[in-house]
Design a protein around this ligand. Structure first.
Ligand SMILES: C[S@@+](CC[C@H](N)C(=O)[O-])C[C@H]1O[C@@H](n2cnc3c(N)ncnc32)[C@H](O)[C@@H]1O
Length: 251
């Protein structure tokens, strides 16, 4: 595991704090389908599957099976309890050590995961081992040079600084994979609906289910929330969208 331990606290608010709406899920599934063959079924690895936010939907949309692999016991337990599907299995493991046979999946997803992976060289090679020749991996993470424009980081720049320090540049991440023999097939921006309103976004933020909360002090957290409370009346109530960068690599 990387330096942020999801077994310590982050797992407690994750399901409620990071839930994806049907519209958000649909946006992501369509983005993946754009880069995959039309044949079904397609088998998936959801690497760093967490609480199973994506895993059953991958199985449902592409015919399964989908293998969720997750190092945090407490995140994985929530997936087993709350994100079951007949074509889904959840197993202990990590990007550096994937408990799947060689050439066993058509596609792999790393959704908000790569910045947590410490052994990047090993992990990129492990992915090449388990993905079939011609198969695809989808890497969704933030990049220090392309950070999304999020209102709470505009309100509390100190939080934003701590957050962007977790990430590397897009070119560095592309190099992690091309260096292990992957070919960059596409990069695209995906704009997805994060919350139906700013108030909903804020309620979820209060669950502290975003990893930057582990990188700032309790004083910085309290001061940030006080600042947000002050600004709240001027922040509006519009639906909140986030634009993410999706990298697609082919084996
Ligand atoms: C932000 S969560 C994303 C979970 C899930 N993909 C989602 O989108 O809801 C990051 C996950 O990566 C997992 N993780 C951390 N280090 C990892 C590693 N080396 N290999 C695989 N997963 C890892 C964490 O335990 C955590 O569940």
């Amino acid at each position: 595991m990387g330096k942020i331990n999801y077994d310590a606290r982050l797992h407690t608010g994750y399901v409620a704090g990071r839930q994806l709406s049907p519209d958000a899920l649909g946006t992501w599934l369509e983005a993946f389908a754009r880069h995959l063959p039309d044949t079904r079924p397609l088998s998936w690895l959801d690497l760093g599957s967490g609480t199973g936010r994506m895993t059953p939907h991958l199985a449902g949309a592409f015919g399964g099976p989908a293998h969720g692999v997750e190092p945090s016991e407490k995140m994985r337990a929530q997936a087993v309890a709350g994100a079951a599907h007949p074509a889904v299995t959840y197993a202990a493991g990590s990007a550096e050590s994937i408990p799947l046979p060689d050439a066993s999946v058509d596609a792999a997803l790393l959704f908000f995961v790569w910045h947590h992976v410490a052994g990047r060289e090993t992990a990129a090679r492990e992915l090449r081992r388990v993905v079939k020749p011609g198969g695809t991996i989808f890497v969704q993470t933030n990049f220090s040079d392309l950070m999304p424009d999020v209102w709470w980081f505009r309100a509390v720049p100190e939080w934003g600084k701590a957050d962007s320090a977790q990430f590397r540049t897009q070119d560095e991440v592309i190099g992690d994979f091309t260096g292990a023999g992957w070919t960059l097939a596409a990069r695209e921006e995906v704009t997805w609906p994060r919350s139906a309103s700013l108030a909903e976004d804020y309620e979820r933020l209060k669950r502290r289910a975003v990893s930057f909360f582990e990188l700032v002090t309790e004083e910085q957290i309290e001061a940030g929330f006080a600042r947000i409370e002050e600004l709240l009346p001027s922040l509006g109530s519009e639906p909140q969208y986030e634009t993410s960068q999706l990298l697609v690599f082919r084996r």
